[in-house]
Design a protein around this ligand. Structure first.
Ligand code: HEC
Length: 227
């Protein structure tokens, strides 16, 4: 399965990054395009960028700034800032409450919540660091069916959301507050925003709340629960 291959790849990168000399070889290979940089998982990127070895950190920063642009750079920095914070022990029950308040409007976890975004049951098995990347940078990887679409109707109304259903007569757009059926005949324009329906900016919740939410999601009891 593709997932398995990806896991192995991620482990290999993690091993290479552990030592400065092999981390530099990895950066060389990226630089020479012997390894496609988009294959590198987000955690590896920020481990390189925030490497305790300053030569590794500097070369990684130069490389990624060049190939990935300013937005990705900001997100990497944000993730690197929060990573040590969310590694500390969190409060699982406070995290549960914060999840219900901030995330359950879109996500189901263990049978609780809505079905706008993907079901997160069991996702805690991936660990806090990986989830942090999804939470702080939702646009890094978005499955096509979760990309938000923007429709303007002929009478000037605007709707945003993901396409829940469509047929030759109409399109149903869904977002966290509502579901709208729009007749194709009424559509003035339809635009793919290229952005996730998951909003950016959850860093505003603060390190403690994010840590608690991730502690709840990754708690062995949450992961093991059968919904
Ligand atoms: C407005 C709806 C919305 C809200 C609110 C929201 N999400 Fe999401 N989330 C999505 C959508 C849509 C996706 C799928 C597309 C993507 O990955 O960006 C997603 C993806 C994710 C993923 C990756 C899932 C996967 O299968 O790869 C995680 C983890 C996640 N969200 C966690 C959270 C957490 C934690 C919160 C609360 C702090 C939250 N989300 C709030 C809509 C939302």
């Amino acid at each position: 399965m593709a997932v398995k291959g990806k896991q192995i790849q991620t482990e290999i990168f993690a091993q290479l990054i552990k030592r400065a000399d092999s981390a530099l070889l990895l950066i060389d290979a990226l630089d020479k395009n012997q390894i496609d940089h988009t294959k590198l998982d987000p955690n590896s990127v920020y481990r390189l960028r925030t490497n305790p070895n300053t030569e590794v950190a500097k070369r990684a920063a130069d490389f990624f700034d060049r190939v990935r642009g300013p937005v990705a750079k900001e997100k990497d920095a944000l993730i690197a800032k929060f990573a040590p914070e969310i590694a500390k022990a969190g409060n699982v029950s406070a995290g549960h409450a914060a999840f219900v308040k901030n995330c359950a409007v879109c996500h189901t976890l263990n049978g609780e919540g809505a079905n706008i975004g993907p079901n997160l049951t069991g996702i805690g098995a991936h660990g806090r660091e990986e989830l942090l990347v999804h939470v702080l940078d939702p646009n890094r990887v978005v499955e096509p069916n979760f990309i938000s679409v923007s429709i303007e109707t002929k009478d000037g109304e605007q709707f945003d959301g993901i396409v829940a259903r469509e047929n030759e007569k109409s399109i149903v757009l869904r977002n966290q507050t509502s579901e709208h059926e729009i007749a194709r005949a009424d559509i003035q324009s339809k635009r793919n925003t290229g952005r996730s329906l998951m909003p950016e900016g959850f860093e505003a919740l603060g390190a403690e709340t994010l840590r608690n939410i991730l502690a709840y999601m990754c708690d062995p009891k949450t992961v093991a629960a059968k919904k």
